[in-house]
Ligand binder design. Structure first.
Ligand code: NI
Length: 396
């Protein structure tokens, strides 16, 4: 009965959630600069009668909905930031902020969560417990907004018992939802390597120590950290994304600089990687008479779904899109700062199918041509709203 009513209300809000998404899409803002977006979110939450905190983790917004009955606290999170990209979709609602674009669907996440707040606020009298609506800044900009908001107490007062979030996902067709227990997104760490050689004339390599040759060997050798040192069924990636050295064709420079990223899906493997990388760099550079310096910085941790919360999310997802449309998604080597929430409390990160090949809506996230099927929006609203209700009504 309640479920039918909720479904009906979501259907009635379909146009509103699409309009809200398009409004947000027109004015994308970069991480920690989400001033307009945050103001819009805060105004809407206040209008709904929620307790609202702004400026949490710089530009984050939290709306707290206290149900009339006592109970647990569930946190729902959306990210608000856009990317430094010139939109090329030609959509009528395309970005009006030059060089900035919602190319990852965070406009959709924000519109979905505000609409969930609207639905649940109308149920306050019957609601057991508390729902925290968290609109976070800077998911795309490590160290990110999640950590900043947690540091400022978003998981306290009242303490959060579970956390859920979803991400629009273009490689999954609209109408499908991906849920699985365990690791779902990778950790994303970065390294920087300086090779110090000895500069020389290009004609007389024996008088110098060539850092470009050392660096070139390193680029290949670093791949063995995965291919020769980790078990074949343990996913990991080492990518060198930067290699800078030299100023002239006939000069051996004195230094080279490399930088890259390491992705893993296992916390223990992740912890071992800095030592492995440093050992290889030092050993190889020394073998070739060069000196080396390694800086290794941990970024977002592995995003790990709790088994019980993933089971609850899958059950709710089946109610919304049907058994056949709930899939166990492949793990992604991308990273996500919702990981920090899931390190602190049990929860689940869902993938909301938003691709539509027939309509050409299959561009990858972070592309200047990215757009998604807006039919995903009401599905996302219904899943998150039902998930919050299911968790709060759950007997434990
Ligand atoms: Ni994203």
């Amino acid at each position: 009965m309640e479920a039918d009513e909720l479904h009906q209300q979501v259907a009635e809000l379909r146009e509103a959630v699409v309009a809200l998404r398009r409004e947000l899409h027109r004015w994308p803002e970069l991480g920690f600069q989400e001033e307009k977006t945050a103001a819009r979110v805060a105004a809407e939450l206040r209008h709904l009668g929620l307790d609202v905190r702004t400026g949490v983790g710089k530009t984050g917004v939290v709306g707290v909905l206290r149900g009339a009955r006592p109970g647990k606290t569930v946190l729902l999170r959306a990210d608000m930031d856009a990317l430094p990209l010139q939109e090329a979709t030609g959509a009528p609602y395309a970005s009006e902020n030059p060089g900035v674009m919602h190319a990852c669907g965070h406009d959709g996440h924000t519109a979905i969560l505000l609409t969930v707040a609207r639905l649940l606020a109308a149920r306050r009298e019957a609601l057991p417990g508390t729902v925290k609506f968290v609109f976070q800044p800077a998911e795309e900009l490590p160290p990110g907004g999640a950590q900043a908001m947690i540091a400022e107490g978003v998981l306290e007062d009242p303490p959060v018992d579970a956390a859920f979030a979803l991400h629009l996902w273009n490689s999954l067709p609209v109408g499908q939802i991906g849920v699985s227990a365990g690791p779902i997104m990778a950790s994303a760490d970065r390294f920087q390597i300086r090779i110090k050689g000895v500069g020389s004339h290009g004609a007389y390599p024996h008088l110098g120590v060539d850092p470009i040759v050392v660096g070139s060997h390193l680029v290949s050798a670093l791949q063995t950290l995965v291919s020769r040192e980790l078990p074949p069924l343990t996913p990991a990636v080492v990518t060198v994304g930067k290699f800078h050295a030299g100023t002239a064709f006939n000069v051996i420079p004195s230094e080279a600089e490399l930088a890259g990223t390491v992705r893993t899906v296992d916390a223990a493997v992740r912890q071992e990687m800095p030592a492995r990388l440093e050992r290889l760099v030092r050993g190889l550079a020394a073998a070739m008479r060069a000196e080396s310096e390694v800086t290794y910085t941990f970024g977002y941790p592995v995003t790990v779904n709790d088994a019980k919360m993933a089971a609850l999310a899958a059950q709710v997802a089946r109610q919304v899109v049907g058994e056949a449309n709930v899939v166990a998604p492949q793990m992604s080597m991308g990273a996500e700062d919702f990981a920090y929430f899931l390190e602190a409390v049990p929860g689940c990160y869902l993938r909301l199918g938003s691709g539509n090949a027939a309509r050409g809506l299959v561009q990858p996230h972070h592309s200047a041509l990215f757009d998604f099927d807006e039919a995903a929006l009401p599905i996302g609203v219904e899943v998150l709203a039902r998930l919050a209700l299911a968790f709060l009504h759950q007997e434990t």
